[in-house]
Design a binder for this molecule. Structure first.
Ligand code: 10E
Ligand code: SF4
Length: 316
């Protein structure tokens, strides 16, 4: 194999923990599995249930039909809403079409939607820190579109118009903690009276995966992050490692591993975003073992025990 000799040799693989599936993703996958088991097929899923190619392919193989918009779902059929959440207008459209809806929105995303509604009821103008075009941001914006503005950076904050009256901010759940801190600081300077969420909107899983990858980045010659391109939390992990001055690469699975970059990389960090399965990580470790002896070292910064109940429609 070309490059095999250069890449061969003993190496250490550092596995930051936590990594891989979070509670919201596990719940969303289980919701589709349960819907497939209980309801007449086809079971439709609006958008990717989570932003991972392998998860989507696997559920599609088992009968789930992924669609972009509700008008692709026949009246009366069952449709699952993705873990990223939807705007109220999507719920209204589904009700109008007499669809059986099973909502796989992560409860921690639902919490952000509730904050927006609460601020809106109190007549606040709202700033959402998030990424334009991302499904979670679209859904959250949809709670109070007439009074919510989206910003991504401190420069976006500077470009905001003056706002009369009370102002509040909320955030997407999968942002980089250090970036949110910078944008919130800019918001506080611009709007000293601004109120925020009771506790941070960046969720426990995002925070833990970021802390964990930073705990191994310094020692790693290269860090692989397993995840799909459209997975915000996975991309944030890559950027975080790069901001720490180290090399990182997002790979979909073992096929993304390049022998050329492993030459001289005797310590490799290996993590996975919240929507990437741990089996993808295990396969990469197995393939690295074909290049020589591998010592796997786990670095755990937190233990996650959180689980979420299934929605009412599937609870019994
Ligand atoms: O692109 P994201 O990181 O928001 O989503 P993902 O599907 O890769 O990971 C799960 C995160 C969710 C559902 C958003 N809170
Ligand atoms: Fe929920 Fe956080 Fe996982 Fe998103 S990343 S699904 S908010 S637990």
């Amino acid at each position: 194999m070309a490059g095999w000799h250069a890449a061969a040799g003993a190496r250490t693989v550092l596995l930051p923990q936590p990594q891989s599936f979070c509670a919201g993703v596990e719940r969303a996958i289980e919701i589709v599995e349960e819907a497939l088991a209980r309801f007449p097929h086809p079971v439709y899923v609006r958008k990717q249930i989570v932003h991972n190619l392998h998860v989507v392919r696997d559920l599609a193989d088992r009968g789930a039909v992924f669609v972009d918009e509700l008008d692709e779902v026949p009246a009366g059929a069952t449709v699952v809403f993705s873990a990223h959440g939807v705007a109220p207008s999507v719920h209204q459209e589904a009700a109008g079409r007499r669809l059986r809806v099973i909502d796989a929105t992560c409860p921690l995303v639902t919490k952000v939607h509730s904050e927006v509604r609460r601020f809106a009821r109190r007549d606040h103008q709202i700033v959402l820190i998030g990424h334009a075009g991302h499904e979670e941001a679209e859904g959250t914006l949809g709670e109070a579109p007439e009074r919510t503005r989206l910003v991504q950076t401190a420069a976006d904050v500077a470009a905001l118009p003056d706002i009369d009256g009370p102002v509040a901010y909320v955030t997407q759940t999968t942002l980089a903690v250090d970036e949110v801190t910078a944008v919130v600081a800019a918001l506080r300077e611009r709007f000293p009276q601004i109120t925020g969420p009771g506790s941070d909107d960046v969720c426990y899983a995002t925070t833990n995966r970021q802390r964990a990858v930073l705990a191994v980045a310094g020692e790693s010659d290269l860090v692989y992050v397993v995840g799909s391109r459209n997975s915000s939390n996975s991309v944030r992990l890559v950027e975080l490692v790069e901001r720490a001055g180290k090399s990182a690469r997002l790979i979909e699975d073992v096929t993304g591993v390049r022998l050329a970059e492993l030459a001289g990389a005797t310590t490799v960090g290996l993590t996975a975003g919240a929507s990437a399965s741990p089996t993808l990580v295990a396969r990469i470790v197995r393939s690295l073992r074909r290049l020589g002896p591998v010592e796997v070292v786990e670095r755990r910064v937190a233990t996650e025990t959180i689980t979420f109940n299934l929605p009412r429609e599937l609870a019994s």
